[in-house]
Design a protein around this ligand. Sequence first.
Ligand SMILES: Cc1cc2nc3c(=O)[nH]c(=O)nc-3n(C[C@H](O)[C@H](O)[C@H](O)COP(=O)(O)OP(=O)(O)OC[C@H]3O[C@@H](n4cnc5c(N)ncnc54)[C@H](O)[C@@H]3O)c2cc1C
Ligand code: FES
Length: 260
Amino acid sequence: MKAERQSILCRLNARRELGGGTVLLNFEWPFTPPRAGQFFMVKPARTSVFLARPLSAAVSRDGVGFLLAVRGRGTAELAAMSAGDETLLTGPLGNDWAAFLPQDAAKPVMLISGGLGIAPLAAFSAELRSASVNFVFLSGFRRGADGEAMLSALGSGADGALIVSEDGGGRPNAKRGLVTGFLDAQNYSAVFACGPEAMLKSAALLCREAGTPCFVSLEARMACGTGACLGCAVPARDGGYRRCCSDGPIFDAEDVFFEP
Ligand SMILES: Cc1cc2nc3c(=O)[nH]c(=O)nc-3n(C[C@H](O)[C@H](O)[C@H](O)COP(=O)(O)OP(=O)(O)OC[C@H]3O[C@@H](n4cnc5c(N)ncnc54)[C@H](O)[C@@H]3O)c2cc1C
Ligand code: FES
């Protein structure tokens, strides 16, 4: 069942620092849980920033979780919150990964993440596992140790994810290199990608060459998060624009215009 959008002050239940400026936040959420791939607009009750910030929902057994990297003032204030502090959560927003699953696929699907993209895809892997869908999960990181910390913090959602790191670190079976270097797109019925734009573009090109459908979760600066302000327009291949918040954030990579 798709959750209805709510906008409510929620208490921070747990906060865990993972190193490298990354924090896992867990909020109470007394409503239907989000679907994997959806996001929330998040704004602390006491803040110096005007706009809420978009964050993807991570796996959470009770409530809603967010895996957060500090970028600027908004994310720094969120990361500095303590258990018990209140935050305005608006969501769940946007579409979800499962809407793009191929029907009756003969081959497994591939989940491929870069950095914090692990969070929404770990949530998707949990959904796929409970629906007995066959999948392979590659998670790329600059530093394997950061990847290991994130995978451990995300718990069972990230079970089975194989770490690919630029320094070769992480779990004993970690691979060294760029995560897209391990994407044999022809072996999968569809590829689901979340991470930095360069990684998404590379995954999209590999999938196009292999004739494999590819779905990417995009990021844009957002104001309303609900399709009203057009502040999050992302360029499309047909020359037009799409609203990242309400048409996405997940798009068919063939519809996305990636900067050359
Ligand atoms: C759908 C969606 C899901 C997201 N999920 C997560 C998540 O799970 N965890 C997480 O840590 N972050 C996530 N982000 C990114 C997060 O929203 C931004 O990092 C945050 O809004 C930055 O706010 P700030 O005030 O800290 O930084 P600002 O002071 O606003 O900006 C600091 C720097 O970050 C850049 N920046 C800001 N916003 C974005 C953005 N949306 N995309 C790319 N660069 C940006 C700015 O250009 C600037 O260089 C998501 C974004 C979207 C659109
Ligand atoms: S953020 Fe307002 S339309 Fe997307």
